[in-house]
Design a protein around this ligand. Structure first.
Ligand code: CP3
Length: 340
């Protein structure tokens, strides 16, 4: 069996050259992804076609040899399995119906069979992946998933969910609990099907006041971590995007094994503020990767130096932009893999 350097880092072992993967590495910046998507007709059709989804998961591994492969899927598959309808319309973003700010969770009819196709993708990827590649599963965090379930669509300030949480805390809490239940089973199912580690994406954790952050980000994440750890043994990465000053509490209180940092986080501060020895992941600005030039290898080096004393997984601070040139990805990887 090959040595999985990314898994080793998530288990607390520092590596001289950090293992690397990029959020959304299986996606639209790759011509081979765009070709398959044009053939199959749309994002959701790809996600539920396990042969296509497995192929897309493997594309960036073949092209760049990333140390981690992220399952090709989406965070909105969970609300779909909970009984909301899910549609992606070009130019409009995703739509979920009914909006839960105005409808009852009890009236949805759950459709857990939607998740079976995802487990099938995981099994296909697991058998095809190189031995040294770490396979990452994922789910959206309850807060972030709830922002879409409440509003029925994306929003700039997540107002529907924030208002629901203030106006009807018990009903919002029941929604969060229901997402926690599905997410624990979903992540355990991914592990049973073959992923080596999982990441919990909290894309909108930055929109909450600190007390709300504790209640809707930290508490449900801790619940997932505790329940998943009772059933599986894989490391869990938490990625609370935009958490800022809430990061140290998140790191100490959720029980995650590693923390993802977005590009706004000052790494000198983070290294001081986060528990000693805790693995961290991040945090190159995806827009610097898009822009390229001499500033790119310089930023890669700064990030590596700032985190040299810790277990570090190199990543972007958020998903790769779809306009990113392949040559810039290659330049970044060369800088990431060079001995310091
Ligand atoms: O790194 C990963 O691949 C992790 C999985 C992940 C995806 N999307 C994969 C994806 C995660 C965590 C998301 C988050 C997500 N998805 C959000 C939250 C905000 C954020 O950016 O974190 C939202 C609103 C979505 C819904 C979504 N998914 C949209 C609007 C789109 C683009 C629409 C389209 O037709 O392509 C997607 C597509 C998507 N999700 C891709 C991937 C890899 C494929 C296309 C791409 O963006 O390259």
């Amino acid at each position: 069996m090959g040595f999985r350097s990314l898994l080793a880092v998530l288990n607390g072992e520092r590596q001289a050259v950090p293992p690397v993967w990029f959020m959304r590495q299986a996606g639209r910046y790759l011509p081979e992804y765009r070709a398959l998507r044009a053939e199959k007709g749309g994002f959701l059709a790809l996600v539920y076609d396990s042969d296509a989804a497995a192929e897309i998961t493997l594309q960036p591994i073949r092209r760049f040899g990333f140390d981690g492969a992220i399952l090709f899927s989406d965070i909105l598959i969970v609300p779909h399995a909970m009984g909301q309808t899910l549609t992606f319309t070009a130019g409009e973003g995703p739509q979920l119906a009914p909006q839960l700010a105005g409808a009852r969770l009890e009236d949805l009819s759950a459709a857990p069979h939607h998740l079976d196709a995802i487990y099938e993708t995981v099994r296909k990827v697991a058998t095809a992946l190189p031995n040294e590649t770490t396979f990452l599963g994922f789910a959206g965090a309850p807060w972030t998933v709830a922002t879409y379930m409440a509003a029925g669509e994306g929003s700039r300030d997540q107002a529907a969910a924030r208002l629901m949480a203030y106006r009807e805390p018990e009903r919002f809490s029941a929604l969060i609990d229901a997402i926690v239940d599905v997410t624990v089973d979903y992540l355990a199912g991914q592990v049973a099907a073959g992923v080596h580690a999982v990441q919990i994406f909290d894309s909108w954790s930055g929109s909450l006041a600190p007390q709300e952050f504790d209640r809707w980000v930290i508490a449900p994440t801790r619940a997932i971590v505790e329940r998943l750890k009772a059933r599986t043994a894989v490391p869990i990465i938490g990625f609370p995007k935009g958490a800022g000053g809430n990061l140290p509490r998140y790191a100490r209180e959720t029980g995650v094994d590693a923390v993802g940092l977005d590009e706004t986080v000052d790494l000198v501060w983070a290294d001081e503020a986060l528990p000693k020895g805790l693995p961290v992941q991040g945090n190159l600005d995806p827009l610097l990767l898009l822009a390229g030039g001499d500033a790119l290898p310089a930023a890669v080096r700064r990030i590596r130096e700032a985190l040299a004393a810790r277990p570090h997984v190199f990543n972007l601070g958020h998903g790769i932009d779809k306009e990113t040139p392949i040559a810039h990805v290659e330049a970044a990887l060369a800088a990431i893999r060079k001995p310091l």
